[in-house]
Write a protein that binds this ligand. Sequence first.
Ligand SMILES: Cc1cc2nc3c(=O)[nH]c(=O)nc-3n(C[C@H](O)[C@H](O)[C@H](O)COP(=O)(O)OP(=O)(O)OC[C@H]3O[C@@H](n4cnc5c(N)ncnc54)[C@H](O)[C@@H]3O)c2cc1C
Length: 465
Amino acid sequence: MSYLREYERFRRSGDLTGVRGEVLRPGMLGYDQARRLYNGMIDRRPAVIVRCAGPVDVVRCVDYARENQVQISVRAGGHGVAGNALNDGGIVADLTPMRYVRIDPGRSRAVVGGGARWIDLDPVAQEYGLATTGGRVSSTGIAGFTLGGGAGWLMSRFGLACDNLRSCEIVTADGDLTVVSDDDEPDLMWALRGGGGNFGAVTSLEFDLHPVVDTLSGLLQWPRSMAPEVLRAFRDLALDAPDELGLVFACITDRSGRPGVTVTVCWTGDIDEGERILAPLRSLGPPVVDDVRKMRYEHVQTMLDYTGVWGSRNYWKSGYIPELSEAAMDTILSNTDRMPSPLSAIHLWTHHGAANRVPEGATAFPNRSYPFNLHIIGAWTDPQSDAEGIAWSRRFYEEMHPYFSDRSYVNFDDLKEQSRVESAYGDNYRRLVEVKTRYDPDNMFRSNQNIRPGRAAIPDVLSMR
Ligand SMILES: Cc1cc2nc3c(=O)[nH]c(=O)nc-3n(C[C@H](O)[C@H](O)[C@H](O)COP(=O)(O)OP(=O)(O)OC[C@H]3O[C@@H](n4cnc5c(N)ncnc54)[C@H](O)[C@@H]3O)c2cc1C
């Protein structure tokens, strides 16, 4: 349902007159601040950044881009390491002022603004004893995270963030402000569940919420020398993990500079049962850190915040691992001692339970059958370390190639080659192209892991196929 179509006075102005939010151009106070992203390696200079005060400002940005034929980028939390939230010489619809949160406890639903972050939603939903699957670092933008899929602690119990997405308000390439759901524009709704920022600027998102408050959560850390035993114990636990258990294996350098190996957990079932399930990990030998304890979910959502350093320089790679063989584990382990900097890390996330029970074609996000996702995090602060950090991530990724599936997770990668975007979506790519061609035939929204529109005429009712 488009409810702005008739208000032509808001539309097709081709300039930014009447925008309520700040309009920032190079040289203006606030411009440099507004073009900073999580990844400090990104140094792009848009011609104009509009700090949108509401959906109509977003409409004006889209109209401006279309009428003036300039590139448009959409920015929410600014965490995308590829830096697609900015561009050089175009316009940025910066949604960061749109961080409102509304909870409907009666319907167990939340509505958030297109620029909201997890730190805006989680504590408020917890006031009602409710939660949904969210990012594991609280400053991550809800929109970018969810549109790419959204893997979080609760996904094995309640599905990915995109599985919990009920509706979106979106400004499409023609400047229409529309609410989409499974009933209204179901093809577009399907595409928004994993297809990234390809289909328009999402100005609000509505989620299902679930009752979750007390968890058994925290981190177990051992010396790096124990990485082989810890990785194997993690694999065994992960392959048999109940839906209530979210867990990640990581090789890190801890805050006191010690190289460590960790397993971080979030258990949302009965606490005693959780202690029993975690016993094999604790029996590996005394951890140097064991802070697994009863924890409110909102605190789980900030327990890894210290790992996400805003402004650090980042180069990431990732891949899904269908089978964690001995050879795959050896390759991972051989890279732990080559990590280029203390901020760099290796994360091995489990993918199981509810997230993997959704059929691959049910949402644009297709990766429903792989038990592990390896996330190679090259991160450092000194620009002089760029070459070394990038080389480590790339080499590690190449070495893992024989053990990866051909899929990628768009939220953890920077897929520059078109062939990699296509394989990231597997069989869903074809339908994504159809939806893209229908809603954005000129590829206005291309500052993303881009789904290219096709040239063929598109039937009116895509959802009938
Ligand atoms: C420290 C850290 C921790 C992370 N943890 C996780 C995790 O636990 N699980 C996980 O799955 N991912 C995680 N990520 C990855 C994260 O989900 C992606 O980087 C995501 O793109 C971030 O969204 P954002 O809104 O913050 O980013 P932005 O950089 O603002 O946006 C990224 C892209 O998303 C699109 N986009 C954003 N907002 C909108 C909108 N309103 N409308 C249309 N398109 C939009 C645009 O294409 C934009 O270029 C993490 C990233 C970081 C840096």
